[in-house]
Write a protein that binds this ligand. Structure first.
Ligand code: PGA
Length: 251
């Protein structure tokens, strides 16, 4: 049985004041949530602050990591060892915004996944197609390519320690959610692809759905056989909404 996992991706949002308020809201409600692992991923600059305030039953993650594991002359980057030093247990890798805006390739994403794994930090590997790719019928090959780059570098066995987040790019921040059936179809495709290499690993791997998840669509999405929780953007900035989504994923 896979334990559902919900992660909040705060993206580049927040201030010390707003984060303090958000965390007070999360801490007040966390006791009501069970049967689900919960993580928040603040901007790196606030990770330490968040760790100090947050109820420890909610874990902390990062939104990006350098490809260089320890330290070096990489102005503006933060290494996985630094993230670990601040108590991060997860790191989002290959988010579509990183791929599209910052030019991260499948190959670079794979290196970052390897770096995280080697440090014992769980990668949340994001994959997903654009609307144009979906409409032109190349969705599966795009997602396959995103997975293959990582599979080739770290191997199928490592996927026991990787969380996958399927995030259709057209559903991110748009208010347009994939229907539960559309999402399930892709989740089943991803799990099936992994199963062709190892059915054991495929059964264990957590596959989150991300893209305009809200309290009112979460139950139906998380009710799908291959959807094991979510990666939540906008709604994770509101404590009530985020906790309602966590509840929907949990027992
Ligand atoms: P959204 O973002 O929930 O605001 O659509 C999801 C994500 O980008 O991870």
């Amino acid at each position: 049985m896979r334990k559902p996992f919900v992660a909040g991706n705060w993206k580049m949002h927040g201030s010390k004041a707003s984060i303090k308020e958000l965390i007070a809201g999360l801490n007040a409600k966390v006791e009501q949530v069970s049967g689900v692992d919960v993580t928040v991923c603040p901007p790196a600059i606030y990770i330490d602050y968040v760790s100090q305030l947050l109820n420890p039953s909610i874990k902390v993650g990062a939104q990006n990591v350098a490809q260089e594991p320890v330290q070096g002359a990489f102005t503006g980057e933060h290494s996985v060892e630094m993230l670990k030093d601040l108590g991060c247990q997860y790191v989002i890798i290959g988010h579509s915004e990183r791929r599209a805006i910052f030019g991260e390739s499948n190959a670079l994403v794979a290196v970052k996944v390897k770096v995280a794994l080697q440090a014992g930090v769980t990668p949340i590997l994001c994959v997903g197609e654009t609307l144009q790719e979906r409409q032109s019928g190349v969705m599966q090959s795009i997602i396959s390519g995103q997975l293959d780059a990582v599979l080739d570098l770290v191997g199928i066995e490592s996927f026991e320690k990787i969380v996958i987040a399927y995030e259709p790019v057209w559903a991110i921040g748009t208010g347009v959610t994939a229907s539960p059936e559309q999402a399930q179809e892709v989740h089943a495709f991803i799990r099936g692809k992994l199963a062709s290499l190892s059915s054991e690993v495929a059964q264990k791997v957590i596959i989150q759905y991300g893209g305009s998840v809200k309290p009112d669509n979460a139950v139906e999405l998380f009710g799908q056989a291959d959807i094991d929780g979510g990666l939540i953007g906008g709604a994770s900035l509101n404590a009530d909404d985020f906790m309602a989504i966590c509840k929907a994923a949990g027992a």
